[in-house]
Design a protein around this ligand. Structure first.
Ligand SMILES: C[S@@+](CC[C@H](N)C(=O)[O-])C[C@H]1O[C@@H](n2cnc3c(N)ncnc32)[C@H](O)[C@@H]1O
Length: 238
């Protein structure tokens, strides 16, 4: 049966937006459960790779509840977090205020068409976001557009393990266990079955590397975690 949150056509963004509006309040808790807290380590790896210098301007796209944006700000960056889900942004704003973190502005908008001028940022990050876009190469192009020459670009997302046995086990986990966690914690199994559905339609490590090369990015680095179940791309704009 088709996943109600996945659409291969013009309804993609509307459905993804509805998904995150629905799960926003419980998103952080489910993240911890489904990754056994490991998503925090992977985000920490992204933050380390970002090599923030105090005062750097960073844009965190698909910022959700703000883990990455807040991490960048804690390192001294001036951060803009952008997301199209108002309920996700509400959680981010609340967390930011509760932690008393200065230097973050939260913007409601579409990652594929941001309101920022060319070359406005020293760094751009996207965590578990690119896979969700209706047109992920367009999202990547937008990241590159808003970066200055030599700007840093970091992409963290689910990956596709190259080892066939491990890939089968990992996909079985996404297919069978993760939707149950979604049902138990959010009352919505489909919202979490969507992860595998979206990953099926996303070229992951290989495709993103090719696209970064095709767009002239330099100093590409790919780090795989858990045998490629998660991946972190680093690149610099030309
Ligand atoms: C899986 S969450 C990731 C949140 C956060 N980056 C993290 O790592 O925890 C994906 C986020 O992307 C947002 N999103 C998806 N497509 C988007 C788009 N086209 N424009 C803006 N935000 C989008 C969703 O609203 C959601 O908050």
């Amino acid at each position: 049966m088709a996943n109600p949150y996945y659409d291969s056509g013009g309804q993609r963004a509307i459905k993804v937006n509805a998904l995150f509006d629905r799960i926003a309040r419980r998103y952080d808790r489910v993240n911890d459960w489904q990754s056994l807290g490991l998503h925090r380590l992977w985000k920490r790896a992204l933050l380390a790779e970002a090599r923030v210098r105090p005062g750097d301007a960073f844009l965190d796209l698909c910022c959700g509840t703000g883990d990455i944006a807040l991490g960048l700000a804690r390192q001294g960056a001036q951060v803009t977090g952008l997301d199209f889900s108002e309920p996700m942004l509400e959680v981010a704003r609340r967390r930011c205020a509760a932690a008393g973190i200065p230097g973050v502005s939260w913007v409601r908008g579409d990652t594929q068409h941001t309101p920022f001028p060319d070359g406005a940022f020293d760094g751009a990050t996207i965590g578990y976001g690119l896979r969700n876009l209706a047109d992920w190469p367009a999202g990547l192009a937008e990241m590159i557009r808003v970066l200055r020459p030599g700007g840093r670009l970091l992409i963290l997302d689910f990956g596709k393990p190259s080892n066939r046995l491990w890939r089968t086990i990992y996909f079985a986990y996404l297919r069978w266990l993760v939707p149950h966690l979604g049902r138990w914690f959010c009352g919505d199994a489909d919202a979490y079955a969507y992860i595998l559905e979206s990953l099926d339609h996303y070229p992951a490590q290989a495709g993103v590397t090719l696209e970064l090369e095709r767009r002239g990015c330099r100093n590409l680095r790919l780090r795989n975690f858990l045998g490629g179940a998660m991946s972190l791309h680093y690149a610099e704009t030309a």
